[in-house]
Design a protein around this ligand. Structure first.
Ligand code: ADP
Ligand code: MG
Length: 320
């Protein structure tokens, strides 16, 4: 479903002074495969690049991205804008959700469902469409809105939120826990194919964590083909979720992948336990550097060969 090879991500430093100008490499050659229906956990200390990876998969524009392979369901992500990626079924729950005053939770979900085409709710109601009225009021399709509301109320109950949550402005004045639940509500409503949860556990108390993880477990049961990438730096969320794979990221590289056993090791002994692996990081980076260069060269060669072949066949046909 998601296939990443040799992913490198950097960001331009501010060019205002000579000292800070220049490129900062954040991800230094990430390989990651996520299959349909799999649950992956990505752990790592603060600043290791986890959120950057999440944002780059979703299509954040501020980064410079290079890769040998960066595909979702066979489609090259490099060529897709964030909205297209979202329509293909990639969903990112933000570590720090932004506040959008004046736009209600309900309207965000209604519009999102309309634009990814999953819902039967038309953008304009049938009367308005016939009369070609495109005023904001005409977008209220009363029947469709009622059905959606009913669906959402069910999810709110699972998340232990009251119905008036839907009329509040998105994230405005939400507590930390409410922000996280709001992200999960969006996941439940949109039923994406690939869910990336960036630190969904931070800012949640024990009850909140239990509620959110039980909603996630319910989601995976209901959508067995959807995959989840859970990003966290605490192993405590893994008491409630059972991932198929655990990856540890340090300094922009996945230094080790394994099973739940690896996460337990980290929980007991901290990331220090992977210091050996970390030392190998440099070797990994250098190796991936060499691989990157040689694969890029090969790709360039085969491209120029096919160009010259094209030119040959052009001149053949023109000489006829
Ligand atoms: P994590 O989520 O693992 O804590 P991040 O991906 O947020 O790590 O950050 C990784 C590194 O990249 C950090 O050193 C951070 O300061 C840097 N970084 C991320 N985004 C930017 C940005 N927009 N500008 C400059 N540096 C950034
Ligand atoms: Mg982060």
């Amino acid at each position: 479903m998601l296939a990443i090879r040799g992913l490198k991500v950097s960001i331009e430093g501010p060019a205002s002074t000579k000292v800070t100008a220049g490129k900062k490499e954040i991800l230094k050659g990430i390989d990651l495969e996520v299959g349909s229906g799999e649950i992956h956990v990505l752990m790592g200390p603060n600043g290791s690049g986890k959120s950057t990876l999440a944002q780059v998969i979703a299509g954040a524009p501020q980064f410079k991205v290079q890769s040998l392979k960066f595909k979702f369901e066979g489609r090259d992500l490099m060529k897709l804008t964030p909205d297209k990626r979202a329509r293909l079924g990639i969903f990112l729950a933000f570590q720090h959700p932004v506040e959008i005053p004046g736009v209600s939770v309900f309207n965000v979900l209604r519009r999102a469902k309309q634009s990814n085409g999953k819902s039967a709710i038309p953008l304009y109601n049938s009367v308005a469409r016939k009369k070609k009225i495109y005023s904001p009021l005409a977008t209220i399709d009363v029947g469709g809105a009622r059905i959606l509301r009913q669906e959402l109320v069910g999810y709110l109950r699972d998340l232990k939120l009251s119905e008036d949550f839907l009329s509040r402005s998105l994230n405005e004045g939400f507590s930390g826990g409410e922000k996280k639940r709001s992200e999960i509500l969006q996941m439940m409503a949109l039923a994406p194919k690939l869910v990336i949860l960036d630190e969904i556990d931070s800012g949640l108390d024990v009850d909140g964590l239990k509620t959110v993880t039980s909603a996630i477990n319910q989601f995976t049961t209901k959508n067995p083909r959807s995959s989840i990438l859970i990003i966290t730096h605490y192993a405590r969320i893994l008491r409630y979720l059972k991932p198929d794979f655990v990856h540890i990221m340090m300094d922009g590289i996945i230094v080790k992948s394994g099973s739940m056993k690896l996460a337990r090791q980290i929980e007991e002994r901290g990331y220090e336990v992977l210091n050996d692996e970390r030392l190998k990081t440099n070797a990994n980076v250098i190796a991936s550097e060499a691989r990157f260069a040689s694969e890029a060269r090969r790709a360039k060669q085969s491209k120029s060969m096919s160009f010259s072949r094209m030119r040959e066949s052009d001149s053949e046909s023109s000489s006829e």
